[in-house]
Design a protein around this ligand. Sequence first.
Ligand SMILES: C[S@@+](CC[C@H](N)C(=O)[O-])C[C@H]1O[C@@H](n2cnc3c(N)ncnc32)[C@H](O)[C@@H]1O
Length: 347
Amino acid sequence: MEVQGILFISNYFKKQAITQLRSMSADFNIKNYFFKRLFDSIYFFNFILHECGENLENIKQKIVQKLKSEKICFIRNILFVDKIFYNLNDNLSILQDYIVSKINTSFFIQCLTYNTKLKAREIEVRLGKAIETITDYQADFVNPKQIVAIILYKNTCYLSITNIENLLYMYLDPFRFWYRKSKSEIICRSQFKLLEVISRLKINLNLFKNALDIGASPGGWSKVLLDHHLNVTSIDPAELDPRIVGKVNHIKKKIEEVLGILPKKFDLLVNDMNLPPLHTVDLLNKVSKLLVNNALVITTFKIFLPYKIDETLKNIVSRMSKNFKLRNILNLYSNKKELIGVFEKNE
Ligand SMILES: C[S@@+](CC[C@H](N)C(=O)[O-])C[C@H]1O[C@@H](n2cnc3c(N)ncnc32)[C@H](O)[C@@H]1O
């Protein structure tokens, strides 16, 4: 049996991501793994499965569920490919017939293309309209139950139709959806990191009251916190964007300078300081005294070279455990040479 799929990973954390996928499938008597980069951070994989008494669908589901339960995850997304169409030559009808035969609920079509005549958006709109007309099912961009993923690489199409619960994350290219927001809402690209982690982990920011944003300038993360009606204290020696000036309590200093004057009241700490990872950890441990018990912490860890990734990660986890419980460390679509960590302050 052959299993084929698409992995969304960072080229920077490729070794870790591939090792992780291999370990997720170690129980299933798989050998002959094959990985090939298609474009950007999108990889095709293929593995041969020896008979192991398990049904193929169960195996795919188990791999995804195992990945979902991993606290540390280098894989941004994974799709198992249902069918590969070679020499598609812009002939969408063959694709359309196949999708129609598999759709049985509300759906969301996402297409990514490389070196093709047809644009991704055009394919999505044409297929979406046709499928709505032929079937009774509607496209739903907010709460779809099935995701139709079309990866079109030159003349080859990798098609995957997946129930939403068998996906790590609903979006294949989340930036496209955030860019559709009005320009006044997006202060900088960093904002996407916070938007992505809360949507991937389904964190409800409305549950918090007092947020501390360190390394806040120009203010993308503070803007997200304001949008969730939090009281925001933003720490950064640099200026904030005029769109949020006056709406947050901006202290124009380094966090080290204000540790002694801030009250202990914050139930949410977010940090995006551009500092070496273990320096970040030391500062977070100091800031922990400003947090109430069980406060949530969302932080980036910039892992630029010459840091050894595995060793640095081990040190991060071990030193953070002094004051915090690990929930997740992830590499997201919006993280390049960095990881994003979510922790809770120990009681
Ligand atoms: C990547 S930017 C943050 C972007 C921000 N998250 C946003 O969405 O707009 C990093 C910021 O960290 C700030 N920074 C670096 N060291 C700091 C420190 N010790 N205390 C406070 N801010 C610091 C820098 O001034 C810089 O503005």
